[in-house]
Design a protein around this ligand. Structure first.
Ligand code: SAH
Ligand code: SF4
Ligand code: F3S
Length: 459
């Protein structure tokens, strides 16, 4: 765009409000922060009130069918808004826009949408908005190139934690998963760019940084000799950052080198999110996960050897095509043995174009639901058991703000990523690091009371 166009764009949008709704994972959250950054740069301001917005953005997810259903449902609300205020600009972006059948559906049934683009097209937003100012009809910014665009403006949504995507895309093609089709091939950002960003985030006062990628362990595979463990090790030397977290780790690439770097502690938090998906070798092979249950267990055992109190969380899919009762009970018994600190459990959802969607022997809903409830019951027991380890201990908590339930109760997280609600009559703020005495334990949170401010990270 020319400078004149940019001036024209800014004068059109300055002072107007935008609303962004984000679906899906933290990569999408980070993308939305870039979209907000671009809109802020035009002089716009964010609003949480969709009815007050001149620009409405839905950043979409398509990981499971219920994500799609929710988004198309909520678009109904936008239709009403657009009928009353035809000048409102409606933007649909994110992963769903990289699936042709969704684009077709938008074109035929959601004609009020003004602008669509995919996850790799965010940098085009100013040019697309400029086109929208001057043209009617649907503006499409969906491209096929997998680029790395540095230095986009970012408006961080949270004060206590900054997100930083270090690797884009995914090459793994797990047979159930849509991500490689909608996010393109793996691209690692240059280490110097990542480290420069992290230093800046530390200097800006962010206490916690979350390094993101669909498979962070693939970071650096496109370089000669610098991998994720190297990056983590370099990042841990940035003193201004008290807490470093990362996700997601793929078991096939989670090596001892990475766990040894984590074992050095410091500002690297003792938490590993390591999706297992299934405990059956047969199902893992059908899923194209490229590890066995035994190999998974080896990683867990090594992690617990070098970081004895590490918290390990996981993702499990129930009802993958062909999953027999024996397969499922292998999942249960591996979970019983490992005792995860927490787990996200999902019922298999067929994604158009992925191999698993066309596999024989799709599992009926009732069987899936019944297995799901057994799994959740076991995991809730393990999650509570894991929380109980903190009872009557002092935990160092990074304050995330007031608790949803009360204005005198604050919420925050321990180094192991456990949620704590605690009482405090001192004036504390989002981003403070405090010591909390844990007085009782519930399945999904701990309760406690404020003891004192803490100057370290408690890792
Ligand atoms: N990159 C990460 C996961 C990304 S998606 C990894 O490799 O583990 C987050 C979780 O959603 C996955 O771990 C998986 O458990 C679940 N998931 C992905 N596709 C799914 C599908 N089609 N049906 C049900 N769950 C799915
Ligand atoms: Fe999907 Fe597998 Fe890639 Fe994770 S590693 S995003 S589950 S294809
Ligand atoms: Fe969803 Fe895309 Fe993330 S499909 S889970 S928003 S990568």
């Amino acid at each position: 765009m020319t400078n004149n166009n940019l001036v024209e764009l800014r004068s059109f949008f300055a002072g107007k409000k935008y609303y962004v709704r984000t679906y899906g994972c933290q990569l999408n959250e980070n993308d939305s922060e870039k979209i907000s950054g671009i809109l802020d740069e035009q002089g716009m301001t964010n609003t949480d009130n969709i009815n007050a917005a001149s620009v409405i953005v839905f950043n979409t997810c398509t990981i499971r069918e219920n994500a799609n259903d929710k988004i198309f449902g909520n678009l109904g609300i936008v239709k009403g808004i657009k009928r009353k205020s035809p000048d409102v600009i409606v933007i649909l972006c994110g992963c769903m826009m990289k699936e042709e059948h969704n684009v077709t559906k938008v074109k035929s049934k959601y004609k009020f949408v003004d602008l669509i683009f995919g996850p790799s097209d965010i940098y085009k937003l100013p040019a697309l908005l400029f086109n929208r100012m001057n043209e009617g009809g649907l503006i499409c910014g969906i491209g096929d190139e997998d680029l790395i665009i540095e230095d986009l403006p970012v408006t961080h949504k949270k004060k206590f934690r900054a997100l930083s995507t270090i690797i884009y895309g995914c090459n793994n093609f797990c047979s159930y998963c849509i991500v490689p089709y909608v996010r393109g091939r793996e691209r690692s950002r240059a280490p110097e760019d990542v480290l420069k960003e992290l230093k800046m985030l530390g200097d800006q006062g962010f206490k916690e940084v979350m390094l993101l990628g669909q498979n962070v362990n693939s970071y650096g595979k496109d370089f000669d000799s610098y991998d994720f463990a190297d990056l983590l090790s370099d990042a841990s030397k940035i003193d201004a950052i008290s807490r470093i977290r990362f996700m997601t780790s793929h078991p096939k690439d989670t090596d001892r080198k990475l766990l040894d770097v984590m074992a050095n502690g410091g500002n690297i938090m003792p938490h590993l999110h390591l999706p297992m998906q299934s405990g059956s070798d047969r199902v893992l092979a059908l899923m194209n996960r490229k590890y066995s249950a035994g190999q998974y267990l080896d990683i867990v055992e090594y992690a617990r050897k070098v970081i004895p109190d590490i918290s390990i969380t996981t993702d499990i899919i129930v009802g993958f095509p062909g999953e027999k009762e024996e397969d499922f009970s292998e999942t249960l018994s591996l979970m019983e043995r490992i005792r995860f600190d927490n787990a996200f459990t999902f019922m298999f959802s067929p994604r158009k174009g992925t191999p698993a969607a066309d596999m024989d022997d799709q599992i009926p809903d009732d069987v899936m639901r019944e297995r799901f409830s057994r799994l959740v019951k076991l995991q809730n027991k393990c999650t509570l058991e894991s929380g109980m380890k903190t009872l009557n201990t002092v935990q160092t908590v990074l304050v995330e703000g007031l608790s949803q339930n009360s204005d005198k109760v604050y919420a925050g997280r321990t180094p192991h990523n456990r949620l704590v609600n605690f009482t405090c009559d001192k004036a504390i703020e989002e981003g403070d690091i405090v010591d909390v005495d844990i007085t009782s334990v519930k399945t999904f949170s701990l309760n406690g009371r404020f003891l004192s401010f803490n100057s370290g990270n408690g890792g």
